[in-house]
Design a protein around this ligand. Structure first.
Ligand code: URA
Length: 268
């Protein structure tokens, strides 16, 4: 039995999705994460007065001090290990998610948009006001700009790409996502990536780039090169909402798109 089939059997899941080729062999770190996520949570230790409270289990994201520092006070976030689920079950789990405080203020979760079998995966930051109302990512002004950039690159937004966000719920007032909110949602993003198995990832903005690359380096240092997420080529570009406010940087975003197209052609 393949490792993947064994993994699914261990989790009690049917073969609801099949990775292309030898996906887990090519993505050993993804297998390790999937196995980690599939493990039952360890029994809680009895609290002892000398023991500091356990921090929440963070799937992988690096904390980002600047957002952590500005995050409002909150009760402990509940993060439970999430087994690999089929696509529809995953979407339903996200819709019902209560892993962090954002569930209290969201209208709808924005799971993703586009073709889950697409070869391009675009990852933004978080739903805004329109996305929160409609339950879809990038439907506001930033989304219109993104659609135009995709069309200019010859990519159909419904056929050729899948668009997701680092977090699936709107932070109130469109504030930056906090590190623990990103961590609480990270398992969902990992599962989306495992399902889609994209040929190329385009990280839009610093939260997507820093989360996936597990770095705190600024976007200016991350643009212009082909990174790897596992072995998937990953290009970093500006967030479309930033481009709406900083029109001259659209030219740089176009350079990023050209680099992404080259990387895609090399790996397709
Ligand atoms: N900005 C994002 O990063 N994602 C959206 O869905 C909308 C705006």
């Amino acid at each position: 039995m393949s490792r993947h089939a064994l993994l699914q059997q261990t989790m009690g899941l049917g073969p609801s999705w099949q990775p292309r080729g030898d996906w887990f062999a090519q993505h050993p770190a993804m297998l390790a994460r999937a196995e980690q996520m599939a493990k039952p949570a360890p029994a809680p230790l009895a609290p002892s007065p000398s023991m500091p409270p356990e921090p929440p289990a963070i799937p992988s994201a690096q904390p980002m001090p600047e957002t952590a520092a500005t995050a409002p006070a909150h009760p402990p976030v509940s993060i439970s290990p999430i087994p690999l689920q089929d696509w529809n079950a995953l979407e339903q789990t996200v819709a019902a998610c209560q892993n962090c405080r954002l569930c209290q203020t969201r209208t709808r979760t924005a799971f993703g948009r586009g073709n889950p079998k697409a070869r391009w995966l675009l990852i933004g930051e978080a739903p805004g006001e329109n996305e929160d109302k409609q339950g879809l990512p990038f439907v506001g002004r930033a989304g219109q700009l993104l659609d135009n950039m995709l069309a200019a690159s010859g990519l159909d937004r419904d056929r050729d790409v899948y668009i997701a966000n680092v977090i699936k719920c709107r932070p109130p007032g469109n504030r930056n996502p906090a590190a623990d909110e990103i961590a609480a949602c990270h398992g969902y993003l990992l599962q989306q990536i495992a399902h889609i198995q994209p040929t190329l990832i385009l990280a839009l903005g610093r939260f997507a780039a820093q989360t996936l690359l597990e770095t705190e380096r600024p976007i200016g240092q991350l643009r212009g090169k082909v990174h790897r997420y596992q072995d998937i080529p990953l290009i970093v570009s500006y967030h479309p909402a930033y481009l709406l406010r900083n029109q001259p940087d659209k030219a740089k975003a176009w350079q990023d798109m050209l680099l992404a197209q080259r990387a895609f052609r090399q790996h397709a």
